[in-house]
Design a protein around this ligand. Sequence first.
Ligand SMILES: [Mn+2]
Length: 325
Amino acid sequence: MLRSVPQELIEFIGKHKTFFIIGHEEPDGDCLGSQKALASMLNRSGKNAVLCSAGPFIRPETAGIEELFIKSFADTDISTDGAAVIITDCSTPERIGEIFASEIKGLPTAVIDHHASGQPFGDVSFVNGGSPSTTVMIYQLFKELKIEPTPEEAEDMMFGFLTDTGYFRHLDHSNSASMQLASELLSYGISLKELYFRMYGGRKLDSKILTGRVLSRAVPLFDGRCISIYEGLDEKKRFGAENRDSDTIYSQLLSVKGCEAVIFIREESENECSVSLRSRDKIDVGAIAKSFGGGGHMRAAGFVYNGSRYEIEERLKDVFSEIFA
Ligand SMILES: [Mn+2]
């Protein structure tokens, strides 16, 4: 469900001239699309918007735009005197990275985000866990300000929507208003055909080989209601994080008959794992991730675990055994 743009956000934008637009670390299409469309619209409206990202730009679909973003306020001559900050697609202040987290101290800050978890922060917030992407909320802001998007802004906003909805696959009856907004974006001259290839094309053969290896180790738990897989540290070293194709892995496993949830554990270092959880329908994996100090959405969430893959797998089995009891 969408909620309307808070008047405080309109006022916040109205009363400042310079904006630093910051997204989360290791940005994805929704984060970057939100930042770019918002900054471009503000610049067209006579404001001065600076794109900021701690990076790294790992995902293949985000390649080639890194140079549009500064990594620290020190990288620009634009003064922070009288400036404001807008943080997009980010549920906790730490996720903007250490440098920006310390640089924004004392600056008025607005947050536009759609994560259900996380603590509210910032002076003004437009947060809606029911919105399928942050870019939809940015488009709501365009409409509220009566500004029509350029083709590039429309494309950035659609790309964010496609990223976070898995190309519409994660939407349900509660998202009809969002889908209507997304379909409006089409009329500004964008091609879903081209965006599909930008999202899923351009991969290296290595990413397919890595996906095959990971999938070949799938282990059904609880009569197949949950499937657990992992990527080893050796594979991270050999294939590189840029060849990860998580979305394909989740969609392949969630399409297995009877599978309700997927556990994906990646060994990031000797004693650290990143854990991603996906559910097909009813299981709230966001709540599980939160209980391990992470976050996300009801059907897509994750956290970082300090310990071995065996340990966290056992702990997650305990959690799921209660859910499936
Ligand atoms: Mn998002």
